[in-house]
Design a protein around this ligand. Structure first.
Ligand code: AKG
Ligand code: FE2
Length: 243
């Protein structure tokens, strides 16, 4: 069967990208998952790891009761980095601006994008399959006013800050996609349909690191701030197929 997946250069109508288009590789059309090759330079990935290293603590994730816990579901360390803090402002703000150009989404305002979450996995480090969207409890009281204001995690922009010598792939079992970590590459996918409903087929996980160490950085982009660029569509299951 002929593959419908393509690779292309992306300028997204942004003059900033005209002289250095992004290199996009489609990994899946439904759900829509792409990889941007060489999104960050080696110097940028090293600088981000340098800022994150002294701030790493045991990773936590949302547990069955809705609160954040650490468990064997996710065995990594994480640090949260906010763009506005002085020592990192230029690097992180530029990175977020580039994410905005690449995706057409708002990501810099605190209501649109979360702080960067940098994660480091040692040998055996993994993240069991999960969805990145979190607001699955039908009881609205389960969420804070701020969570209601931002909406759920519409899209994920995840940059690999390291190569991994063996293991450590990001896998989407339902979509049949495997992404091997490559320093500077970035994976992007939509967690929600255009309507805001969660797309179960975006379920993904991080395979155990077998040799070496793995570093990633997540920027989660939220739903409610995007309503001007991305209309909600007529049907619940309408999808985004950009960039
Ligand atoms: O490390 C990976 O490859 C995936 C990480 C992930 O899914 C997450 O942090 O939500
Ligand atoms: Fe995830």
């Amino acid at each position: 069967m002929e593959s419908r997946l393509t690779c292309r250069h992306v300028t997204a109508g942004a003059s900033y990208l005209t002289l250095m288009p992004l290199r996009l590789e489609e990994m899946s059309l439904d759900p829509y998952i792409v990889v941007f090759r060489d999104f960050l330079t080696e110097a940028q990935t090293e600088a981000i790891k340098g800022i994150a290293k002294p701030r790493l603590t045991t990773s936590r994730h949302r547990g069955p009761g809705g609160n954040f816990i650490s468990s064997m579901v996710r065995t990594s360390s994480t640090a949260w980095l906010r763009e506005s803090v002085d020592d990192r402002k230029k690097l992180l703000v530029n990175m977020t601006r580039k994410i905005e150009f690449a995706t057409g989404l708002h990501a810099l305002e605190s209501s649109a994008g979360e702080d960067y979450q940098v994660a480091n996995y040692g040998i055996g480090g993994l993240y069991v399959t999960h969805t990145d969207y979190l607001m699955i409890n039908p009881d609205p009281r389960a969420y804070t006013p701020w969570e209601h204001f931002m909406g759920d995690r519409f899209a994920t922009f995840m940059v690999y800050l390291s190569d991994v010598e063996a293991g450590g792939a990001t896998v989407f079992p339902r979509a049949g996609v495997t992404i091997w970590p490559k320093r500077g590459s970035a994976a992007f996918w939509w967690n929600l349909y255009r309507s805001g409903a969660g797309d179960e087929n975006t379920r993904h996980g991080a395979c155990p690191v077998l040799h070496g160490s793995k570093w990633i950085s997540n920027k989660w982009i939220h739903y409610n701030d995007q309503f001007k660029q991305y209309k909600c569509g007529v049907n619940t299951w309408d999808k985004q197929m950009v960039p």
